[in-house]
Design a protein around this ligand. Structure first.
Ligand code: DON
Length: 607
């Protein structure tokens, strides 16, 4: 047997030492995507690339956001976009911030009890708030994107420029991913009810297969009309007429006048702090920002970081703050243009300290025992004849509790940071996966079922199992209460990270946990996004966790404290949210993109 010569051995040892010196730090988690200038992260690579294209052409984060949002309409119809609405939270590099509220509005002919049948029960089936022609609010996405571009865009790219990636993707087609193919197929029951949707999303019933080139000619033509005629095309052009005519023919509510009257609201973002970090987030009609800031204020007196990121003690504390915040959500929140939302009172630290006075580290508080913290609801600006019913006093409430179970749903969030440091957190939605299931013939536009986010009837759950109050009752022109929580965090007053998620009410808790993972536990951006998540929404009184996201011994401790559980089930439901997040490294100024592995097509791209 021959041995290597001492010289060779010396050389090999030297090389080994050298290789160690150049080995990057070992990591137990995925590294983020790093870029020097700009970063886009969204649920679909092609939509992220659409935004990147704008950044590389000299556009800013807002230009990129519009391109990404429009492209998502084509490649991620599950969450739609242009047939729906959403929120765009913008923080400019100069420190200004604004929240664009392009949420859907109730059509003029909508009424408070429109989804309640003659027997007093909430309607299901074709006349319901979830499926079909009557389920849609007036879409706001195009108006929102147009305002964003006009007021906050770089001025270097035109409306036609930012529409182009979406038009191109629709006209030239894109390859169907395995995930998209599965999503279309699993929603076949909804989509087959509407011929136009069956034709487009189910390939006429033959289904799209992974790898198929999928061309959406009608949608391409819609984008071409939008490019040629400008964004008002959607609200008063041929597109508006196609929407209004189809609605009329099929018993829908949206008229040409509703479309013409749609207005985006520019709102002042909520601004709070958590352990010295600034939190900029969405004001009403989102419930998300208020609930998020309430929960942070309730957590702050506790040394969360010392509890352990996945400990029973942390999950217990988080569950208790979640159930208190969601209780207030049900009672006080609605569209601020229609009801007085007691924002300052809800965020008052003394109030929130009192709210946690009955917190016990060794015992779960039953949700039934949690009263709305500010007393019964005071609704000062309701339309005449509106009964001042308080959810807390509704006798049928408890009878509903046993039947609450979340269903499959979809929304989408994307985050963008540009080279100058402008940031966008945008969450858009059709509400349910493929919205109402209705595609407007000749347009390729899939419509939302956002009317279900209103209170159809006090004391009856909506599709997310949420119980809601009279503050969120249907009124013409009103926006339904939302949970979407686009959020931007500053460190030392400088942009630190941008986040948000889909997931109905779970959105708020997903954002809570991502932010806490970074601030309380010092996690990297990828680890913060990937860590397991929990959810509690007051009612049902059940703590849900991700598949394999809670160890048996942790669960046993929580059980001994009195919590009841539910492992999330079903394809969309097994994992909570999709926290597309970008961090700006305070040391290097690099943009660190963390797409969320929970949605397989998501991708962070930068340059
Ligand atoms: O605005 C809301 O709160 C809901 N329409 C969001 C729906 C949603 O996130 C569904 N997602 N998975």
């Amino acid at each position: 047997m021959s041995h290597p010569s001492p010289r060779l051995r010396f050389l090999a040892t030297g090389l080994f030492a050298l290789s160690l010196a150049f080995t990057p730090a070992l990591r137990a988690q995925r590294a983020p995507v790093e870029a020097q200038h700009g970063m886009v992260t969204s649920v679909h690579e092609l939509a992220s690339l659409a935004g990147l294209e704008m950044l590389q052409r000299g556009g800013n984060a807002i230009d990129a956001a519009v391109a990404t949002g429009l492209a998502l309409t084509v490649v991620h119809p599950f969450a739609g976009i242009i047939g729906g609405g959403g929120f765009m939270l913008i923080r400019l590099a100069d420190g200004r911030s604004v929240a664009l509220d392009y949420r859907e509005r109730a059509p003029a002919s909508a009424t408070r009890d429109m989804y309640v049948g003659p027997d007093g029960n909430v309607l299901s089936g074709p006349a319901s708030s979830t499926v079909g022609w009557r389920a849609s609010g007036v879409p706001g996405s195009i108006a929102g994107f147009a305002l964003a571009l006009q007021k906050y865009g770089s001025g270097k790219l035109s409306w036609a420029d930012v529409c182009e990636p979406a038009r191109r993707l629709a006209a030239d087609g894109h390859r169907v991913t395995p995930i998209a193919a599965a999503l279309h197929r699993t929603h076949a029951k909804l989509l087959t009810q509407f011929d136009e949707s069956k034709k487009i999303f189910l390939n006429g019933g033959a289904f799209w297969k992974p790898g198929d080139l999928w061309i959406q000619a009608d949608l391409a033509a819609t984008f071409a009309r939008l490019q040629k005629n400008g964004p008002r095309e959607f609200y008063e052009g041929a597109t508006a007429r196609l929407i209004a005519d189809a609605m009329k023919k099929n018993g829908g509510l949206i008229t040409l006048a509703d479309l013409q009257a749609y207005q985006v609201a520019e709102r002042t973002p909520l601004h709070g702090t958590y352990r010295g970090y600034d939190i900029i987030t969405m004001p009403p009609p989102s419930s998300g920002g208020i609930a998020l800031l309430q929960m942070f204020a309730m957590l702050e007196p506790h040394d969360v970081g010392a509890l352990g990121a996945q400990s029973a003690a942390k999950y217990h504390l988080f569950t208790e703050v979640m159930r208190r915040a969601f209780r207030d959500r049900a009672e006080y929140l609605g569209d601020p243009d229609f009801v007085k939302v007691p924002v300052a009172e809800l965020l008052d630290r003394t109030y929130l300290k009192k709210r946690m006075a009955d917190f016990s580290p060794t015992r779960a508080t039953p949700s039934e025992k949690i009263e709305p913290g500010l007393g019964t609801v005071k609704l000062t600006s309701l339309p005449p004849g509106f009964p001042g019913l308080s959810l807390s006093h509704h006798s049928t409430l408890n009878a509903q509790l046993a039947r609450l179970a979340p269903e499959s749903t979809e929304t989408t969030h994307f985050s963008i940071v540009d080279a100058a440091g402008n940031a966008v957190a945008n969450t858009s939605t059709l509400n349910g996966g493929y919205g109402s299931g209705v595609t407007i013939p000749g347009t390729g536009i899939l419509m939302n079922n956002e009317m279900d986010d209103f209170t159809a009837k006090v004391g009856v759950k909506n599709m997310f199992g949420l119980l809601q109050g009279p503050a969120n009752a249907i009124v013409p022109g009103k926006r339904p209460l939302s949970s979407m929580t686009p959020t931007i965090v500053l460190k030392d007053k400088k942009l630190f990270f941008v986040t948000g998620s889909p997931g109905g009410p779970t959105i708020i808790n997903t954002v809570l946990q991502i932010v806490s993972n970074v601030i309380d536990f010092g996690m990297s951006v990828t680890q913060a996004v990937e860590s397991p998540r929990i959810h509690h929404q007051w009612m049902p009184d059940s703590l849900s966790y991700e598949r394999n996201g809670l160890s048996t011994d942790t669960a046993n401790i929580l059980k001994s404290l009195g919590h009841s559980f539910k492992e999330r089930a079903s394809y969309e439901g097994a994992y909570q949210g999709d926290g597309e997040t970008i961090m700006v490294d305070p040391q290097t100024n690099l943009r660190l993109g963390a797409s969320d592995l929970r949605r397989g097509d998501s991708k962070a791209v930068g340059y």
